[in-house]
Write a protein that binds this ligand. Sequence first.
Ligand code: ADQ
Length: 455
Amino acid sequence: MGRLVVVSNRIPVANARVGATGGLAVALADVLARREALWIGWNGDVSEEPDPPSSRRMRRTEVVGFGLTPAMHAGFYTGFSNAVLWPLFHYRLGLVEYRREDYTTYNEVNERFAAVVRERLAPDDTLWIHDYHLIPLARILRRQGVTNRIGFFLHIPWPAAEVFRSLPVHRDVAEALAHYDLVGFQTASHTHQFADYLRTGDGPTVDAFGRRFEIGGFPIGIDTQQFAEMAARAAGGEAGARLAESTGTRTLVIGVDRLDHSKGLPNRIAGYGNFLAHNPGWHGKVQYLQIAPVSRGEVANYRALRRELDGMTGRLNGKYAEFDWTPLRYLNRGYPRKALAAFYRQARIGLVTPLRDGMNLVAKEFVAAQHAADPGVLVLSEFAGAADELSGALKVNPHDVDAIADAIAQGLSMPLDERIARWKTDLATVETNTAGAWANRYLAALEAARIPIAA
Ligand code: ADQ
């Protein structure tokens, strides 16, 4: 079997503490332990004379990273990827800032990725390209004569056809995807929306743009056993003990997200505010911990979101806090996975209420971390990919702040036997559909996709 060549925007961080390795490295760990692999991506360097490609080993994987110029970074990363595709695919059309020149740069940077790939590619390698930053990569490689099998996986939602059509270059972006052998999405509904745009059936084989390729839903998972064991071990560790001591007899509600528009944080905080307004009996008895490290702080509308949340959290605490009770602890910093696992295990409620989310792994990690004898309740947005799988969660429409408030109240008063029954249903799901199972399923489908290059 040839090597697996993984290409993603960022390469895994060297010498990372557990917790800083990045989600994709965790998801691919099983596959990379079994197979020779090459992982290519941006190393995070942005400079006028960017780092040329350089290689290091991460166990069996050769990792090749390179830098970008400030102009490349602005057009490719901050511009087209994160100010166009990200908000658009999360249904936030008002946040889209489309500039033609950014799309040009986006394609040019993909040419750069392609050049680094081609220099190292062997004929029997299988390529697996990840996420919205790299949609054009297969088309560029195909035009250069590459005939290797190439798969693509989209980690974020694929939007409804009419939303996607608002992208001025929608046709060109969709056409680029037709150059892959397999285009994977997180859910059947994202797959369906792509097929609907193409006006084809839902696959697996579709014909579009004069090409034949495969599409399908491959919901990503976590390393459930490892996360559960870590949560159990970490519960008595330093961070877990400090949280337990500071929470005291109060009931803990937790949210953990990157500070991002997709995660629905303003509505969640408003929902908690409404819960406090309607449930004075819980004042002083509940403690909401929201962890939200700043991400993409260089983008203006992310700074605006941060200001909005600063204002909301300040007003909420100003209104409800007592000299011995702060109803909301809002933190703009990240924590090691171990600490988060311990925090989830202590929480009675996990609030995962994104406006849209490809999957949302925090939801699955929350389930994995629970104590079997006293599990917490997951409150989950119906617009997270995870909602398709986690039928035991309390589902909410994240646009309805009163629904969030009601779900918090329902979760806090839910009897133990119901909590256990709901949690067991979801645990069985996350134990079956793990990260390793996801990668194996995807790669098996890619290997099986014996598609001629042109239809
Ligand atoms: P993200 O938008 O980053 O990922 P998510 O799936 O929730 O969202 O998190 C990925 C990982 O980051 C998880 O392991 C989580 O624990 C960690 N993480 C999140 N917030 C954190 C915090 N505040 N501190 C520390 N760690 C944190 C994208 C898509 C998702 C999709 C994933 C994987 O947007 O929908 O689930 O990719 O495909």
